[in-house]
Design a protein around this ligand. Structure first.
Ligand SMILES: [Ca+2]
Ligand SMILES: [Ca+2]
Length: 217
């Protein structure tokens, strides 16, 4: 039997095996298995394996090709990230002259906007942060360094709920303070807190709109 005739013969056996698997003819199934066993010595196994090998090789080639493309994309992205990092670093240097200060994991940032306490809270929240408030001396110094001469900034705290009891915006009691001498005095009912350019604090009216807004992130 020539190669073409042999392939057709194998195809016929395979088709019969498929029919058996569908119809469950155990008796004929045994007969076909015997015929398959009988053809192993004539190279049937080899013929069945060759298309499978070709398929595996084709898949391996496609995967290798896809991997190469992916690797090129990753390399390109890495270059883009390096460029962006360089840009951010340049901008940070520019902003750090005045508007950005980092302490530990916190970053204090201002755009130079001056507004009321409520608008300041809203502005920082919209930017994904909160109105800044120092929790220790280092943070107080960082905030002070953002202020220009004679500038003042709202701090993220108030005693609007209970007079004399200052709370952070999250409702927790204030644990670090740096009041100016004689403050807080609640003069004409002052419930917000501003930091002066010397880093000292004074309780002030929450509606004052000339306070620098500094957000923490
Ligand atoms: Ca008060
Ligand atoms: Ca005061």
């Amino acid at each position: 039997m020539g190669p073409a005739g042999e392939s057709y013969h194998h195809f016929a056996i395979a088709r019969q095996a498929l029919q058996l698997s569908v119809y469950g003819d155990e008796r004929n199934k045994g007969a076909v298995e015997n015929r398959i066993r009988g053809h192993r010595s004539t190279g049937l196994t080899m013929h069945l394996c060759q298309p499978f090998k070709a398929l595996v090789l084709a898949m391996a080639l496609m995967m290798a090709s896809a991997f190469d493309a992916l690797q090129r994309q990753v390399t390109a992205l890495e270059k883009n990230i390096q460029t962006l990092q360089a840009d951010v670093s340049r901008h940070q240097k520019f902003f750090s002259l005045r508007w950005v200060k980092s302490v530990g994991k916190k970053t204090f940032m201002s755009t130079g906007t001056k507004d009321s306490f409520e608008n300041g809270k809203s502005l920082c929240a919209k930017a994904g942060g909160a109105l800044a408030c120092p929790h220790n001396h280092a943070e107080n110094t960082a905030l002070r360094e953002i202020l220009k001469d004679s500038e003042r900034a709202y701090l993220g705290m108030s005693d609007v709920q209970t007079e004399g009891k200052f709370l952070y915006l999250n409702g927790e009691p204030v644990t670090y303070t740096n009041w100016e001498m004689g403050e807080p005095n609640n003069n004409k009912n002052e419930d917000c807190v501003a930091m002066y350019d010397n880093g000292k604090w004074n309780d002030i009216d929450c509606s004052k709109s000339e306070m620098l807004i500094i957000c923490k992130f």
